[in-house]
Write a protein that binds this ligand. Sequence first.
Ligand code: NAD
Length: 476
Amino acid sequence: MTNPHYIDGRWVEGQGNDCITVHDPALGQPFAELMSASTAQVDQAVAAARRALPAWKATAPGERAALLRGFAEQLGQRREALITLQMRNNGKPRHEAEIDLDDAVATFGYYADLAEQLPGKNAEVPLAAPGFTARTRLEPVGVVGLIVPWNFPLVTSAWKLAPALAAGCTVVLKPSEVTPLIEQAYGQIAEALNLPAGVLNIVNGKAETGAALSSHNGLDKLSFTGSNGVGSQVMRAAAAQCRPVTLELGGKSAIVVFDDCDVDQAVEWIVAGITWNAGQMCSATSRLLVQDGIADALLPRLKAALEQMQVGNPLVEDVAMGPLTSQAQWLKVASYFAIAREEGLHCLTGGQVLDRDGWFVSPTVYVDVPEGSRLWNEEIFGPVLCARRFATEAQAIAQANDSRFGLVATVCSADLERAERVADALEVGHVWINSVQAVFVETSWGGTKGSGIGRELGPWGLSAYQSVKHVTRCLG
Ligand code: NAD
């Protein structure tokens, strides 16, 4: 690919040091190459965003809303190509690639609506004190850097781009080097819609390009989604300049199954929570807490369901689970299988890489995993479930909360009062009751504890790109 970076309204070749190879993980074969953006090109992108800011933030919110609706429409026009690219580059089964596309479309539509409501938010503030008036202005934060991972490229970028543009910010987006082709669509759409040059810039690259962006002194804010290790580096770079940062990081989330559940339904939820996107979800419910009264009936059915699951190449088969997206991720998951063997964990099913081309592993469950196990505590980011039993509601809550992460949880119970009570007690950003991984653009996304800082989606996702100003006037 010759001109993979979109800077100041033009597609340009990469002048960085890294050659990025894009792979089809189902074959383990490369299918595209591009050169990264250099530090100087990151400078150019930030400078372009800064030049574009005054005019963009002065546009009427309704004008920005129309452009965001344009993004939604244009994504729809590219639907089949983007679904196929996600299947090929991420290894996503078709129905999951479709859900991602629909999510991105809904996100642009939602923030178009919120942009239209902005004038009404700039309202008079009723004051108790006489002699003064005050009014609110919600202003764009400014130029924002957006750094995203590879597991949901269309979606994660939409969750940042749409609210940032709606707020009136200009942006520099750095997609993951694992999936750099997918977000090219956002640059192509910006071009097709005649978005003013510099409002949306895309620089591709690895850590060097990401670090050049996250430490750039021309940014007003950085929003990062990715691992805790890199998130901490990004936070240090922001701290050096006392700059705000939103961090969406990892998870080790619980699915709590009480013994009043329908066993087959519970198995379906557990399987979905650990095998969608081959378990490569920050929100994977990778810790199963199952109540004593149902565990003996549930675990054999869970084993059978996972062993019957069709794992394969999404492009040639009607599969339920594809490969891991990168060789690095495949090796990481394999390393956890080795750790499990060293720790002497009891493997109910799986626990191995598949002996075929591509980066496949078998869906895996370890049972009666001790609290101190690395597999119980660390984010693996693959289809690897660790199970423990519990007797009481209090034990389930304590075990679920005993984590350095706090992203999501699922609670399964026929007793809705209990489910709501448990949901309230869980130290996470989002709880699903009797459902799994259902994400709606109107609700928030983000975690407590080590899972991040700030929230995306909903009105909170827009606030992340807004600065609150008040103008107070003395009437006397
Ligand atoms: P990663 O942290 O390795 O990479 C994320 C992004 O940071 C990539 O674009 C990468 O190129 C860039 N990067 C790498 N080094 C950098 C540096 N030194 N400075 C700046 N940028 C740098 O993460 P990943 O492997 O791409 O994604 C998996 C992780 O993302 C998991 O931990 C997962 O839980 C997390 N994630 C979180 C959410 C959420 O909403 N909380 C969503 C998706 C993924």
